[in-house]
Ligand binder design. Structure first.
Ligand code: NAD
Length: 490
């Protein structure tokens, strides 16, 4: 297999070319697997961001003037190029995140599928036609672009996160500035180059690297940026809602989760175990849709717990295709999680397995956390209510389905949820009563498809959805058209 060339420095991408940061400052990107520097990354500041915004602003009307079909043609070419270079993208994702190539390939495939799905929308892009109360009058609504889009994303599934925002934003006729996570800059830069190769005009898509407060905040604050679409933590989401809201810009927030997985006494236990294990630990738990609260009926609690502990201890941890989960993205994340588990134990939580950083020969100085299970904490304890974004899950014992549902809904978040039961009635009640943007029967808490909307209630978002045709609602606005036609002109 051809290996990708890793640059010494990852630069910004502005107006169709690589750019050094004006300050000439760089930060060090460390490998999550070894803890060693992989490359240096442009540390952009306000002035770099302004240049990118200007490039996006200048190119916007020309891009919007193209037909939606021709915009979609370019995006389709990009998705097909991505299919040709699946291995290259996956290698970069794997290097930046430490996940296995197999997992990185799965994510790259999902990103490509999102590109193809959105490109297909170029031939639909439906509005509505309707009737009018007046004679000789036509009434309809069509989509129009918003202008310049600021796209700010997290590191957990970098190429999928890039694709979910960039393809629909561009299809709708916006130009964009993407601010990738500090830990996954190269994925975004290579994507920008791919768009250019596919025929995207210069300035339509720009990438700015750097720290959130320095390189992200100026995008949020700029009056020239018409929409901020953000995937990340609630804390930053609040800042964005406040700041972009103050200037009445559109804001799309895709935030965290503390997702429940209910295991009823009549569940297929093997399936439920598999779902719990994958929901809690795949991608090292770094999923907004991770299942971090496992709610188990009393009658099967002890058996389920023992089997889950056993299977958790058997998980293989590393970054090869034979491993089940890799490291977490950086040292700060790792330390936060270990501290959160220690603090929960001091408050009375019982550690069933894990809870510590993995060290030793196999783990170098990498950021590996042992898959962790806790029990005995109150559903109101901070560890029940705070997203940790790592391989940590809490177990809760319940006496009834009603209690399970009540604990599941006792959360500041409402992103995803799952139930395992053979009882159709109970499944239907769950689907109806659970407070979540995505609800699953007899499966894991995560897993989304490009044609299906994704997003959450409560503190998991602000009501908009990514993916699906619903993503077009994020990046376009409606224009209501009336056409009066006078029979005398015939
Ligand atoms: P984070 O909020 O710290 O960072 C996300 C992005 O915001 C990064 O690019 C960062 O540089 C930028 N940022 C930070 N401060 C900023 C500021 N002041 N102004 C502008 N930008 C700023 O999140 P994280 O810890 O990197 O990511 C994990 C979070 O993302 C979790 O909460 C997870 O649930 C969430 N997430 C949500 C979804 C979803 O679709 N709902 C998907 C993936 C991840």
């Amino acid at each position: 297999m051809k290996s990708v060339k890793i640059p010494e420095k990852v630069l910004n991408w502005i107006n169709g070319g690589e750019r050094e940061p004006l300050s000439s400052e760089y930060y060090s990107k460390l490998s999550p697997v070894t803890g060693q520097e992989v490359y240096r990354v442009a540390r952009s500041k306000e002035q770099d961001v302004q240049e990118a915004i200007q490039a996006a602003k200048r190119s916007q009307s020309e891009w919007a003037d193209k037909t939606v079909v021709s915009r979609a043609d370019i995006l389709r070419s990009a998705a097909l190029l991505m299919r040709d270079r699946m291995q290259e993208f996956a290698q970069i994702v794997s290097i930046e995140t430490g996940k296995s190539l197999k997992d990185a390939l799965g994510e790259t495939h999902a990103a490509m599928e999102m590109g193809l799905f959105i490109a297909g929308e170029g031939r639909r892009f439906y509005g509505h036609t309707t009737t009018s109360a007046q004679p000789h009058k036509m009434a309809m609504i069509v989509r129009q672009p918003l202008g310049v889009a600021g796209l700010i994303i997290a590191a957990n599934t970098p190429i999928a996160n890039v694709a979910w925002k960039s393809f629909p934003a561009l299809l709708c006729g916006n130009t964009a500035i993407l601010k990738p996570a500090e830990d996954t800059p190269l994925t975004a830069l290579v994507f920008a180059k791919l768009l250019q190769e596919a025929g995207l005009p210069s300035g339509v898509f720009n990438v700015i690297h750097g720290f959130g407060e320095e390189a992200g905040a100026p995008l949020v604050e700029s009056p020239l940026v018409d929409i901020i679409s953000f995937t990340g933590s609630c804390e930053v989401g609040r800042f964005i809602q406040r700041t972009a809201g103050a200037r009445l810009a559109k804001v799309c927030l895709e935030l965290g989760g503390k997702n429940p997985l209910i295991v009823c006494e009549d569940a297929d236990l093997e399936l439920a175990l598999q779902s719990a294990l994958l929901s809690a630990f795949s991608n090292a738990g770094q999923r907004c849709a991770a299942g971090s609260r496992i709610i188990i009926h009393d009658l099967i609690y002890d058996e389920f717990r023992e089997k889950l502990i056993e299977k958790t201890k058997q998980l293989r941890i590393g970054s090869t295709d034979d491993d089940d989960l890799g490291p977490v993205i950086n040292k700060d994340q790792l330390n936060n999680m270990v501290n959160a588990v220690d603090a929960a134990r001091k408050r009375g939580a019982i550690l069933l397995t894990g809870g510590y950083r993995l060290t030793g020969q196999n783990y170098h100085d990498g950021f590996f956390m042992a898959p962790t299970l806790l029990e005995g904490m109150s559903p109101d304890d901070p560890i029940s209510k705070t997203e940790l974004f790592g391989p940590i899950a809490n177990l809760y014992r319940v006496k009834s389905f009603d209690e399970a549902l009540s604990i599941a809904n006792n959360s500041p978040f409402g992103l995803t949820a799952a139930i395992h039961t053979k009882n159709n009635h109970r499944a239907m009640v769950f689907l109806s009563k659970i407070q979540a943007g995505v609800a699953v029967v007899n499966g894991p808490t995560y897993g989304s498809e490009p044609h299906m909307p994704f997003g959450g209630l409560k503190q998991s978002g602000n009501g908009l959805r990514e993916a699906g045709t619903e993503a077009l609602d994020v990046y376009s606005d409606w224009k209501t058209l009336y056409v009066n036609f006078n029979p005398q002109y015939v």
